[in-house]
Design a protein around this ligand. Structure first.
Ligand SMILES: *[C@@H]1O[C@H](CO)[C@@H](O)[C@H](O)[C@H]1NC(C)=O
Ligand SMILES: *[C@@H]1O[C@H](CO)[C@@H](O)[C@H](O)[C@H]1NC(C)=O
Ligand SMILES: *[C@@H]1O[C@H](CO)[C@@H](O)[C@H](O)[C@H]1NC(C)=O
Length: 200
């Protein structure tokens, strides 16, 4: 009985801590306590390489039943925040062609709820949280709860090498080597360096 009591006390403490920490958290999602009108699915955090492009796989889902995809759809990317009414410079791309900083390219078909985007030539100044927005007729929604964090690094990812475990003398062997790339248009260049003196 005593054990049970102390357990409930612990749970109470945990619950109170959660409510203390979760309320500011709900505001920190950038929706100002409102239900987002748009949800997107992306990797959430992506790493890019300086000077290389970054392909962002992205799909979106408007949270309104009357969404009618027959009208012209504009895809918008916001950088660093969602409140572009007060701060218009947050808008870095509008697929209408009106705004095009960084010249990203929405390669996905917006009518099929595909917001896949290609950012060319990433620089460290591009590292930020990005928010996607859809405007279509009367419907306007920002994915305020689903930021995409872009990180930009200077050196490429280390390649990984796959060597079969049952190596035999005088037999040919397939060794595969691969490296991650965020940019489908510039696959990583892999170079083999053979060291003669290490061959027995
Ligand atoms: C995007 O472009 C459309 C068409 O020019 C315009 O009506 C809309 O206000 C723009 N949206 C943003 C967020 O810039
Ligand atoms: C954007 O992507 C489309 C489809 O992949 C391509 O035809 C177009 O040339 C691209 N535009 C730019 C500015 O890269
Ligand atoms: C979205 O479009 C891209 C092309 O930009 C394509 O590679 C991808 O498969 C599409 N995703 C879905 C879920 O249809």
């Amino acid at each position: 009985m005593k054990v049970y009591q102390s357990l409930t006390e612990n749970m109470l403490t945990v619950n109170m801590l959660l409510s203390v920490f979760f309320l500011p958290g709900a505001l920190a999602d950038n929706c100002g306590g409102l239900t987002p009108a748009l949800r997107i699915t992306t990797p959430n955090i992506m790493e890019a390489l300086t000077g290389s492009c970054l392909q962002i796989p992205c799909t979106y889902e408007p949270e309104v039943p009357e969404y009618d995809s027959s009208k012209t759809i504009y895809g918008v990317w916001l950088k660093g925040g969602v409140n572009f009414g007060d701060n218009p410079s947050l808008v870095i791309f509008n697929s209408s062609g009106s705004i095009n900083k960084y010249s990203p390219n929405i390669t996905g078909n917006l009518k099929e709820k595909n917001c896949t985007t290609l950012f060319p030539d990433l620089q460290t100044s591009h590292a930020e949280k990005y928010y996607f927005r859809v405007e279509k007729g009367d419907y306007k929604g920002t994915a305020c709860a689903d930021p995409l964090q872009i990180k930009v690094k200077d050196s490429p990812w280390s390649p990984s090498i796959n060597v079969p475990s049952d190596l035999k003398e005088h037999q040919s062997v397939t060794v595969t080597c691969s490296a991650f790339t965020p940019c489908p248009h510039s696959p990583p260049e892999l170079t083999w360096t053979l060291q003669q003196d290490s061959v027995n």
